[in-house]
Design a protein around this ligand. Structure first.
Ligand code: FES
Length: 373
């Protein structure tokens, strides 16, 4: 295991730091030992500004189509944290509501501060549950908004092309509104491989943008028709455009193949971050020993399922948020065993010390992990 080398030769900064240390010690010893009755509640204030969980009331539910519903949320009291186009929230639905079970893009208009999520029926167990059971007036716990898309990165050019598949329009639509209404780009084109289903609310809003003549063009294509997508791209001048791609991993693969035929610079194309499932996963079952602060438990796990999913299914509390290995909420220590994992967003020190992100890790043997909770 490699070690981090620390220089033994003191630099000017280190010398200054040492002399500061002496000064600070002196200052501290001079301070009064009095305990203040009413200290500034800085931690309370920080928590209020960045709450770990927010209780929201379901204010409205609308059908987008026969397969998708949009749930509008409002905070019970106080103001909501602001969000930007492309932000997501995690929904807490677990036992005792201790852990996040799924992440959704906020699919509302960020300028109207509309908090809503669009859920596809039978997408996952959680979505199905939300789709079938949520009623107006229900209380749902969500995380503060966070982002996997830094859309200002797409604005390195003054023209933008959004290449979107199906329901990923719910992530892209708030970004389109923001960049057009705030005049952050000269023009934007949306090339959308739609499902057979429509997204009524979002399409209506996109049509409004076209009517406002905000230099916005929408091209709706048949689903999975690579030839038509390529033909449509050939009609667009891709020079001086930032291209932003949102969809599932198989869409990314197709888009990659198509875009190879265009002479684009490597920093022109940006992808929404997604969880990439390794292509070859065994169909075996294993055992996982889980060590928490309170207990040691052995559960059976499957090679096709992430370690996070196995933990949640067996009722073990695990913090999670992004579900794609970026936020570090689920970080745990691998004590024994082999795993298949995406380490793209792991820190160097974490890798060296055998930390893993269970949300993007799959077992390759019996394993033992230690949770920090
Ligand atoms: S939930 Fe974010 S890294 Fe695992």
């Amino acid at each position: 295991m490699s070690k981090i080398q620390i220089s033994k030769i003191p630099t000017i900064d280190q010398l200054r730091y040492h002399s500061l240390g002496k000064k600070r010690k002196k200052n501290i010893s001079r301070e009064s030992q009095k305990v203040y009755d009413n200290p500034i509640k800085i931690n309370d204030l920080a928590l209020e500004m960045h709450p770990e969980k927010i209780k929201m009331v379901v204010k409205n539910i609308i059908d987008e189509n026969s397969q998708a519903k949009t749930i509008f949320l409002e905070k019970e009291k106080n103001l909501l944290p602001v969000y930007r186009g492309g932000d997501q929230i995690a929904i807490y639905l677990g036992k005792k509501q201790d852990y996040a079970t799924q992440t959704y893009s906020i699919s509302g208009n960020p300028l109207k501060k509309e908090y809503c999520i669009t859920i596809l029926k039978e997408d996952t167990k959680v979505s199905n549950n939300l789709y079938e059971k949520t009623k107006i007036g229900d209380i749902i716990e969500v995380s503060e908004p966070f982002r996997n898309i830094f859309y200002n990165r797409v604005l390195d050019q003054k023209e933008v092309l959004f290449l979107v598949k199906g329901l990923s329009i719910t992530t892209i639509y708030p970004i389109i509104i923001e960049v057009l209404e705030k005049k952050l780009v000269k023009n934007a084109i949306l090339l959308w491989e739609k499902d057979q289903e429509e997204y009524v609310r979002i399409q209506k809003e996109l049509n409004k943008l076209i009517q406002k003549n905000l230099h916005f063009q929408m091209i709706a294509l048949d689903e999975k028709n690579t030839k038509k997508t390529k033909e449509a791209l050939e009609k667009i001048d891709l020079n001086h455009k930032s291209i932003f791609v949102a969809g599932n991993p198989s869409f990314y693969k197709r888009v990659n193949t198509i875009l190879k035929d265009f002479e684009l610079s490597s920093n022109q194309v940006h992808y929404e971050l997604k969880k990439i499932k390794p292509s070859k996963l065994e169909t075996k079952s294993y055992y996982m020993t889980v060590i928490t602060k309170e207990e040691k438990k052995r559960i059976s796990i499957h090679a096709q399922e992430t370690i996070l999913d196995s933990l949640l299914k067996s009722g073990i509390k695990v913090k999670s948020k992004c579900n794609i290995g970026t936020c570090g909420y689920c970080k745990s220590k691998l004590i024994k065993g082999k795993i298949n994992t995406d380490q793209t967003y792991m820190r160097y020190a974490d890798k060296q010390n055998h930390y893993i992100h269970p949300c993007v890790s799959y077992p390759l043997s019996n394993i033992t992990i230690e949770l920090p909770f």
